[in-house]
Design a protein around this ligand. Structure first.
Ligand code: PLP
Length: 390
């Protein structure tokens, strides 16, 4: 997969530049600066029966999807990428790639949809999983079995924003001959590069920051390996058929251009909001790795950086006294924060996570999760202040 990671003089291009240029070129047929949207489902064969132009049928590949995959691989420093119709489809492709009779070790407080796949879908395929505290390497070592083929980490985790040491997990995985996958949705390629830290797969729900506008559902798996070793994932994309539409790929490509700008602003806003919440008497706990009191702060400061400056993402969770009733009442009073699930969009959201996840949720009853957008933080803080004050 071609990379736009270096300029003509060989110097490494910065992330903001790659987010605009990776995978893109002026269209040779028309001179169009913006990548064309290819809707064709099928592609002409050569007279001798080949498809020498690289495309046969749009489920297998499509020029717009390939541009997106090239750009995502570039931003994550990967060699292969498969775009999916959702983050869940991308997750499932990696989880089931281990095969029947195998075992997976997973971050215990990862996205609840991932836990549901492990509980409700994978046992029928003969795949077992152990949820454990991946912030503790010893707990991960103890959870390994002879048939463990994959360690799956999510860092920061959801909704407690706990931080797992990706390099330490890569060492454990390598020593046991299993693969490491990291859900990088919360951190984004702006702040965290799991493949550079030794992971084999990096997974995104592109629905979140990569879309950034709450108008696309999508996912992606980026592999450290070349295409010939990526078959275990690729076949779930091409044969399983959970592929994104060309238009969604085109929207995601457009969104990638502003990803660093958005994520930097969202993260700066989130840090201000977390500091504000930490000073409120009506707030019992704030979970944000950018706060010095967070147990993963030192690790996050090293592991999550852009150009040497730490960045912690824009999800902030906090707990109010009075359990679910009080938390829901607080969320009902916000005017700018919209009561909705998801994250990564330009607009700020507030969510009572336990009732959103439903029975079996690990989220504390009084916890509210904020997905901070790009609005002015003064307005966002004023909104939270009035919601907490009443
Ligand atoms: N991974 C994380 C961390 C998520 O937050 C989500 C969705 O919220 C997913 C994966 C699943 O993504 P999707 O909703 O695009 O299927």
């Amino acid at each position: 997969m071609s990379s736009g990671a270096h300029g003509d003089d060989g110097h490494a291009l910065k992330l903001e530049t790659r987010a605009v240029h990776a995978g893109r070129a002026v269209d040779t047929a028309t001179g169009a600066v913006t990548p064309p949207l290819h809707l064709s489902t099928t592609f002409e064969r050569d007279a001798d029966g080949r498809w020498s132009r690289g495309y046969d049928y749009a489920r297998s590949s499509n020029p717009t999807r390939r541009l997106l995959e090239t750009a995502l691989a570039d931003l994550e420093g990967g060699s292969s990428c498969a775009a999916f119709a959702s983050g869940s489809a991308a997750t499932l492709a990696v989880l089931q790639s281990v095969g029947a009779g195998c075992h997976i070790v997973v971050t215990e407080d990862c996205y609840y949809g991932t836990l549901q796949q492990l509980r409700d879908l994978l046992p029928a395929l003969g795949i077992e999983a152990t949820m454990t505290d991946t912030t503790n390497p010893d707990a991960v070592r103890s959870a390994l079995r002879d048939n463990t083929r994959l360690i799956w980490v999510e860092t920061p985790s959801n909704p407690l924003l706990r931080i797992t040491d990706i390099s330490a997990m890569a060492d454990i995985a390598r020593a046991r001959g299993c693969k490491l996958a990291c859900d990088n949705t919360f951190a984004t390629p702006v702040f965290q590069h799991p493949l550079e830290l030794g992971a084999d797969y990096c997974i995104h729900s592109t629905t979140k920051y990569i879309s950034g506008h709450s108008d696309v559902v999508g996912g992606a798996v980026i592999g450290a390996c070349e295409e010939d070793q990526f078959e275990a994932v690729r076949r779930w994309q091409v044969k399983g058929g959970a592929v994104p539409s060309p238009f969604d790929c085109w929207l995601l490509l457009r969104s990638l251009n502003t990803l660093p700008l958005r994520v930097r602003q969202q993260s700066a806003n989130a840090l201000q909001i977390a500091r504000f919440l930490g000073q409120q008497p009506g707030v019992e706990a704030v979970h944000y790795p950018g706060l010095p009191g967070h147990p993963g702060h030192a690790l996050a400061s090293r592991q999550m950086q852009l150009d040497g400056q730490p960045g912690f993402g824009s999800v902030v969770s906090f707990e109010v006294p009075g359990g679910a009733a009080q938390a829901l009442a607080t969320a009902a009073r916000t005017r700018l924060f919209i009561r909705a699930t998801s994250l990564g969009g330009v607009e700020s959201l507030i969510e009572h996570r336990a009732s959103s996840e439903g029975p079996g949720s690990r989220a504390p009853d009084g916890l509210l999760r904020l997905a901070v957008g790009i609005e002015n933080p003064i307005d966002l803080i004023a909104d939270l202040q009035q919601a907490l004050d009443r």
